[in-house]
Design a protein around this ligand. Structure first.
Ligand code: AVJ
Ligand code: FE
Length: 390
């Protein structure tokens, strides 16, 4: 948590204050809190971040206060020049900080999960945070049809914030497809598990099967199987999962295998965006306070596209046609990661609602199990079949 707070503060110091020609606050901390910007020099190795016993949390508080103060003064007086560029960097800094808010929650949960006592982060009563409207109840899986055709994907030109990886908007062709009305449930995952899904190579991608064997994986991340039940860890502690809640913390490899078991596949990011474009950005985000996926009841189908969990897509994280990384160090923000990662969509119960939009592209490697991920199913429809949907 201390590293994330210092790093987001460092981001404002470098990309806003220094960019505006103001004096540096803590130049001697660049090595510690530069995450991955080669342009800005060498840095502390990522796997060792959690071992930074100095500076203290109190020094990081003071650092943050000093940078906040300088940024506020800059906002009041305005920079001497480059107002546009500095404002743009300030805005990126705010969205960057929202990303790290989510990373703090994922790191805290995973660190507590690795603790033998499985301590809870907050209210240890668990279920108390679930409102009656969200009490688990059966949610039959339905299929929502989309006729596809010529569609547009990516952020429209306009003043709203977007990361560079959401641009440019471009045309794609979608064959008819269907999305599941809800995410895959714990009961569905348990059926896969009991049927020997983790030992059935025909369901798996080769790399995924090898990974699961080598790592001894047979349950989602942040979870335990005990007898017949799945126990899932949340910020409220370890809890026996309801069969009807979305199964969370599956890697891409497992998500693809479970989809195959359920005679479906994962959606492409284009299918996902096309389906989500018209829907209001509403759902179980950080703002609800639940901090975990809930059973989606009511509302238009497909349910729960936004919030609850990041939905794995079968799309590799690649540049859109015509993509151009921003100039300078901020060009390293997204573009250089466009290899060996998969796109996730829709945000999670750890994501601030104001952070998400239909075009938002998250990305993680296929073996990731500490982010709040869920599984949406898709199917291809016959072109000759009458398609009633959108
Ligand atoms: C988009 C979540 C994969 O964690 O590296 C944080 C977000 N980018 N600081 C990451 C990010 C720069 C990014 N993810
Ligand atoms: Fe960062």
């Amino acid at each position: 948590v201390k590293w994330h707070r210092a790093h987001t503060t460092w981001f404002f110091e470098v990309f806003v204050l220094e960019r505006a020609g103001l004096p540096r606050v803590r130049p001697e901390w660049d090595f510690l809190f530069n995450s991955y910007y080669e342009t800005l020099g060498p840095r502390h190795p990522r796997p060792l971040r959690g071992l930074l016993s100095r500076p203290s949390a109190a020094s990081v508080d003071a650092y943050r206060a000093a940078v906040d103060d300088a940024v506020l003064r800059l906002l009041l007086t305005g920079p001497d020049k480059d107002v546009e560029a500095i404002s743009a960097n300030l805005e990126v800094g705010l969205h960057h900080e929202q990303q790290h808010q989510e990373l703090i929650l994922s790191d805290v949960l995973h660190a507590f999960f690795l603790h033998p006592h499985k301590p809870c982060y907050r209210d240890c009563a668990g279920e108390q945070n679930v409102s009656p409207g969200h009490r688990p109840s059966p949610a039959p899986l339905e299929w929502v049809d989309f006729s596809g055709g010529l569609c547009e994907i990516g952020a429209r030109p306009g003043p709203e914030f977007r990361f560079d990886n959401e641009e440019p908007r471009h045309r794609v062709w979608l064959e008819p497809f269907a999305l599941s009305s809800r995410a895959v449930t714990v009961d569905e995952w348990l059926a896969f598990f009991r049927d020997g899904g983790y030992r059935t190579p025909s369901l798996w991608l080769s790399q995924g099967y090898e990974w699961a064997q080598a790592q001894g994986i047979s349950a989602p991340g942040n979870s335990l199987v005990e007898g017949d039940a799945l126990w899932v860890f949340s910020h409220d502690g370890l809890r026996r999962a309801s069969g009807h809640e979305p199964v969370a913390f599956l890697s891409y490899y497992e998500a693809a295998a479970v989809a195959a078991y359920l005679e479906a596949r994962l959606p492409t990011e284009q299918e996902w965006e096309h389906a989500a474009e018209g829907a209001p950005v509403e759902g179980n985000f950080l703002d609800s306070g639940a901090l975990r996926p809930l059973v989606a009841n009511g509302g238009a189908l497909p349910r729960g596209l936004y919030g609850d969990g990041w939905e794995w897509t079968q799309s590799a994280y690649l540049p859109y046609p015509g993509y151009r990384a921003a100039p300078g160090a901020l060009g390293e923000y997204n573009g250089k990661f466009m290899i060996n990662q998969m796109v996730l969509r829709g945000g999670s119960a750890w994501t601030p609602q104001s952070h998400i939009r239909s075009t938002y592209r998250n990305f993680w490697p296929a073996d990731t199990r500490f982010q709040l991920t869920t599984v949406r199913l898709a199917r291809s429809l016959e072109r000759t079949t009458h398609v009633a949907g959108r």
